[in-house]
Ligand binder design. Structure first.
Ligand code: CA
Length: 299
C-alpha cells in the first residue's frame, strides 16, 4: 500500500481528475490528502471534493494551496474550466494551506508518504522551505513535468520555474515523467464521454460532466493522460523504465526559462556529477491505458 498526497492543478486539463479517479479505484494506493495549485485553487479544491464525494471519501482532507507562484505571476494561466456553480457548497475538510497539509502528513507518517506532483510545484517548494525536516521525512516524489530529451517549456515547470528548481535540488528521491513519454497516452474525447455515460455509476456521471465542460473550452485534441503516469508507477513500477540523470531547471534564460536541462557527457568522459532524478525513458502505454480504461472508465 502506497500512502500518497496528490498535489494537483485539477480543473485545467482534464487528465488530473481522471488520473485521481484512477488512484481512487486502485487498491495499491491510499490517498492521505489532496492539495491544489493554480489560479482559483479554492475552486480546484471543490472539484476534487466533488470527486471524493461521489466515492464516499469525503473524509480525505483537501487543501486549497498556492494560487500564485513563487515569483508572483503565472507564466502560464489556465482557469479551472470544469468548475460549475453546483459545486460552490462542496466542503473540503482542511483549514491548512497546501504546504502545511503536506507537512502534517509527513510528520504523522515519516518515511511513508509519496508526493504525487501533477501541477506546478509551488506547494511542494513552500513545504520544503517552511519545514527544515520535511525533505528527510518524504519517502519520494513522483512527478509529471519537464521534457528531458529536447528543448521545450513544459507547463508544470514553466508555470513556476523557481518552485521546480527548489524541488529538483531538494535531495528528495524523485522520479519524473516528462512530456516525451506522455504524448501516446491518448483517449478519444467523445468515446470517453460515451463510455463514462454508459458505465452509469455516480462517479462516471460526474466525470462525464467534467469531460464535457473541458471539451467545451475547445482544445480540439483528444484527452492525453499525462498525469496517469505517476500513479501507474505506484501501481506497477515495472510499467516504466528509468535512467538516472542530473537535471537542472533553467530559471533565468530569455528563451529557456522553465526548461529542464539534462547534463550529459558528450565525449565519452566519465560524468563528474551525481544524478538527482530518475527520468522515465520508456512507459508501457498500452498497459497503462488498459488499466485506466478498466479502473476509471468502466467502474
Ligand atoms: Ca495536471
Amino acid at each position: 500500500m502506497n500512502k500518497v498526497i496528490i498535489d494537483t492543478d485539477i480543473g485545467g486539463d482534464i487528465d488530473d481528475v481522471l488520473a485521481i479517479a484512477l488512484a481512487i479505484r486502485s487498491p495499491e494506493i491510499q490517498i492521505e490528502g489532496i492539495t491544489t495549485v493554480g489560479i482559483q485553487s479554492d475552486r480546484r479544491a471543490k472539484i476534487a471534493s466533488g470527486l471524493l464525494q461521489v466515492n464516499n471519501l469525503g473524509h480525505i482532507p483537501i487543501a486549497a494551496g498556492a494560487s500564485i507562484p513563487l515569483c508572483g505571476k503565472w507564466n502560464y494561466e489556465e482557469y479551472p474550466n470544469q468548475y460549475g456553480e453546483e459545486m460552490k457548497d462542496l466542503p473540503y475538510h482542511s483549514d491548512l494551506d497546501g504546504a502545511d497539509l503536506m507537512i502534517r502528513a509527513v510528520n504523522e507518517s515519516p518515511g511513508e508518504i509519496t508526493l504525487i506532483a501533477i501541477g506546478a510545484m509551488t506547494n511542494l517548494a513552500i513545504a520544503i522551505t517552511r519545514s527544515p525536516e520535511f525533505c528527510s521525512k518524504v519517502k519520494e516524489i513522483i512527478l509529471m513535468g519537464g521534457e528531458y530529451n529536447s528543448h521545450y517549456r513544459e507547463c508544470n515547470i514553466v508555470s513556476d520555474p523557481e518552485a521546480a528548481d527548489i524541488v529538483f535540488r531538494s535531495g528528495i528521491p524523485i522520479t519524473a515523467a516528462g512530456l516525451e513519454v506522455c504524448l501516446s497516452l491518448i483517449s478519444d474525447t467523445d468515446a470517453t464521454i460515451d463510455t463514462l455515460i454508459g458505465t452509469g455509476t455516480e462517479q462516471s456521471q460526474f466525470l462525464a460532466k467534467l469531460v464535457k465542460r473541458w471539451k467545451a473550452v475547445g482544445l480540439n485534441r483528444p484527452i492525453i493522460m499525462f498525469d496517469a503516469i505517476p500513479f501507474g508507477i505506484l501501481i506497477k513500477r515495472s510499467m516504466v523504465s528509468t535512467e538516472n540523470k542530473l537535471v537542472h531547471v533553467e530559471t533565468k534564460g530569455d528563451h529557456t526559462r522553465g526548461m529542464t536541462y539534462c547534463m550529459k557527457p558528450h565525449f565519452g568522459e566519465v560524468p563528474q556529477y551525481e544524478p538527482n532524478i530518475q527520468v522515465c525513458i520508456e512507459v508501457n502505454h498500452e498497459a497503462l491505458m488498459e488499466l485506466f480504461a478498466e479502473r476509471t472508465l468502466q467502474s
